[in-house]
Every structure is written in structure tokens, then in C-alpha cells.
Design a protein around this ligand. Structure first.
Ligand code: LMR
Length: 400
């Protein structure tokens, strides 16, 4: 039975964290996984989260099961965060939300729902995309394909290439879009480009699935939802997989949500009945604690203000690191242009480092990045910047 198995390859992102943990070098830096670090290199529990947990501990009465779709207060808070509580899709009850174990869990529920219920043949992913996207959809027995997204010469969006591909996608297929802070490139669509994409999706009856894992990390909680709002204006049907891992720092609590928007409340309720079957067959009903934290914070004015401020601080620190990184590389004599990194948004940038350079950084300096050249800017601190940029300068000068 098991003796004939050969090892599966390590995960390209979480496998790096495993290797990083084993590395004894005291100067090691993890720019692999998208996890926020503060100025001291720690991944803190947010103060708003701690305060909510204190309240929950005092008030908790039961560990009874949640409903299949999760905590209703969490679902309402999620819709209000995505759209604003007075948005038409919320007011008209055209949106339904199920709590899910993380953004990945939400994607997998979406994938199983699409595979079991819809006619879609293929899920279209940006090139490049988060390496786990194909795994999730293929695990649900869906076919995946890619549309052009990143334009290497300009370090921007290949918008003409993207639109040309969208014109060709068969009617009814699913198109995955990153709501903001595109992972791995850090390059987002402008509002004007979202409009063009949304019109095309609506005209061709393509189903948008928005992966929204970084709300609050680009320009602001509301600003980052602009693309989603534009889609909701044009497309009657919409899926959103959102995550609270990053903006609440709740990585290990696995809190995410799948929100479905339909043309009518009845269509939304019918779709929900299918999603509930998917959840029941996968994990029955979701874990309570993380979602209770999120609902407590978002439904309390004072805690919500504290949290919004904490999100702003995380965003500002990352943006400060983007500029410091570009400046420090220049100070170290690097002539290759990295200025685009200061213009990009979210935790990630596509650095342009080659797989060989990434390997040299890991082997010679214990600096871990994804082999595609994706770096997590959130792992940079004022303290590790000098070591990091000296190492990059050395590797660029002598690759082997
Ligand atoms: C990342 O891309 O680093 C994060 O989304 C974490 C993960 O699960 O890969």
C-alpha cells in the first residue's frame, strides 16, 4: 500500500517556512509567506483582537455547533465590510455569506459549488497567480487555464493581453480576479480598467470570482473594495472569497468567508442551499472562535475604530518598507531598476530576481523568497534592511 509512494514536492510557499524554521542562521529573513511582521519582526495579536477575546471569554455560554453557514452576525459584518451596509446588494438581500475556514477554505467551497452545481467548464486564473489557486480548483475536479496579467517590461498590468483573452473565454466560465494587492505581483487594475473588465464579464456572461485576501493593505478598507463594487454594479452574479487572516492577523484561526451575490434574493437563497450541501460534506460546519472575534470587533464602534487604526498602521509600515527597500538598494550600488516596488501595493512584489538569484540568496544568506521572485515586503524591517539589500547587491554582482 503506502510503501510504493514517492514523496510529493514541498509547497512552494509554506514549504519555505518549514525550511526557514530549521535554518540556524541568526540573520535569516523570511520574505516567502505573506505574513505581516511589525518593526520588531514579530507577528503580533492585534489589540482589537485581544480585547474582543477578553469579552468573548467572559461571555461565552456554549460550545454548541454553529449553523452550517456559520455565525449570522459574522455573515452580516462581512457583507458590511465588503460592500457597506447600505449597499444595494445587502439592502435587497441579494447577497448570502457562509463562514469558511480561511480564504483558502472559502475558495475551496466556491470550487466545489461551481463543480457540483454550475455549467462552467474552466476556471481562468491570472498569469501569474497565487500558486495554490490551481491546486484548489483542480482538487475540485475543475479545469484551470490562464489569462495574461503581468507585463514584465513595465512591471504593470498587461491590460490589452488580459482583455484579448477575456474576449475569447467561453460563455459561462469562471474568471478569478484578485480584489486588490494582486498576489504575487503587487500590481492592481485601476478603477477605469475594472469598469472595462466588469462590462466584458457581464456582456459575455462570465462569472467573476474575487479572491479578496488583503482588504485594507493597498489604499484603505473602503478604497480597496472599489473593484468589487464596480463588478457588483455590472455583474448580477458574483462570488467573493474573503479572508481575515491578514487584516485581522488571525492566520491560525482560519477565518474567511464565501459571499455569493445573485440577481434576486430567491436566487441567492437557492444558491445558498447548494453551498450548504458542499460545506456539510467537507467540514460540516465552521469553527467558532475566529469568526466570533471578527463579528465582535466589526459590530462594536470602539473596537472597530481601534482595528481600522491597526490596519492603517500595518499598511503604512509596509509602504514605508517599500520605499526604504528601493533607497537602500540604491545606496548599496545596485543599478538595476527596482523603483517599481515603491509603486506596488500589498504584501507582495514581483522583484524580477531570477530563480537562480533566489536560490543564491537562500543558500548564501538565509534569505527566503518564492522561486518566482515574489518577495513579501511585509517581512522587511528597518533592522534587517541593510543585511537584505547588501545580500541582494552581492548576488546581483556575483550570481554563483
Ligand atoms: C501567501 O501567498 O503567502 C499567503 O496567501 C499564504 C499562503 O497560504 O500561501
Amino acid at each position: 500500500m503506502f510503501y510504493s509512494l514517492t514523496p510529493a514536492p514541498p509547497d512552494p510557499i509554506l514549504g519555505l517556512t518549514e525550511a526557514f524554521k530549521k535554518d540556524p542562521n541568526p540573520n535569516k529573513i523570511n520574505l516567502g509567506v505573506g505574513v505581516y511582521k511589525d518593526a520588531q519582526g514579530r507577528t503580533p495579536v492585534l489589540a482589537s483582537v485581544k480585547r474582543a477575546e477578553e469579552r468573548l471569554l467572559a461571555a461565552e455560554q456554549t460550545k454548541n455547533y454553529l449553523p452550517i453557514e456559520g455565525d449570522p452576525a459574522f455573515g452580516d459584518a462581512t457583507q458590511a465590510l465588503l460592500f457597506g451596509k447600505d449597499h444595494g446588494v445587502v439592502r435587497d438581500r441579494r447577497a448570502v455569506t457562509v463562514q469558511a475556514p480561511g480564504g483558502t477554505g472559502a475558495l475551496r467551497v466556491a470550487a466545489d459549488f461551481i463543480a457540483s452545481t454550475l455549467e462552467a467548464k474552466t476556471v481562468w486564473l491570472s498569469d501569474p497567480t497565487w500558486p495554490n489557486h490551481p491546486n484548489v480548483f483542480q482538487a475540485a475536479k475543475l479545469k484551470t487555464a490562464t489569462y495574461p496579467y503581468f507585463d514584465k517590461p513595465t512591471n504593470g498590468v498587461d491590460f490589452d493581453g488580459m482583455m484579448a483573452a477575456l474576449h475569447q473565454i467561453p460563455v459561462g466560465d469562471v474568471v478569478v480576479l484578485h480584489g486588490c494587492c494582486h498576489n504575487p505581483t503587487g500590481v492592481d487594475l485601476t478603477p477605469a480598467q475594472w469598469e472595462v473588465v466588469a462590462e466584458e464579464l457581464a456582456r459575455r456572461n462570465l462569472l467573476p470570482l474575487v479572491d479578496f485576501a488583503y482588504q485594507g493593505f493597498a489604499d484603505g478598507l473602503q478604497e480597496d473594495a472599489r473593484g468589487l463594487h464596480i463588478l457588483a454594479r455590472h455583474c448580477p452574479d458574483l462570488l467573493i472569497a474573503s479572508s481575515y487572516s491578514k487584516n485581522f492577523g488571525l492566520y491560525n484561526e482560519r477565518v474567511g468567508a464565501l459571499t455569493l451575490v445573485a440577481g434576486s434574493p430567491a436566487a441567492a437563497e437557492t444558491a445558498l442551499s447548494h453551498i450548504k450541501r458542499v460545506v456539510r460534506a467537507n467540514y460540516s460546519n465552521p469553527p467558532a472562535h475566529g469568526a466570533a472575534i471578527v463579528a465582535t470587533v466589526l459590530n462594536d464602534g470602539e473596537l472597530k475604530r481601534l482595528w481600522e487604526d491597526e490596519v492603517r498602521q500595518m499598511r503604512d509600515r509596509i509602504n514605508t518598507m517599500r520605499h526604504l527597500f528601493v533607497e537602500t538598494l540604491q545606496e548599496k550600488g545596485v543599478t538595476q531598476d527596482f523603483s517599481f516596488i515603491a509603486r506596488q501595493r500589498g504584501m507582495f512584489s514581483f522583484s524580477g530576481l531570477t530563480p537562480e538569484q533566489v536560490k543564491a540568496l537562500r543558500e548564501r544568506y538565509s534569505i527566503y523568497a518564492v522561486s518566482s521572485g515574489r518577495i513579501s515586503v511585509a517581512g522587511m524591517t528597518e533592522e534587517n534592511m541593510d543585511y537584505l539589500c547588501s545580500a541582494i547587491a552581492a548576488v546581483l554582482n556575483s550570481p554563483s
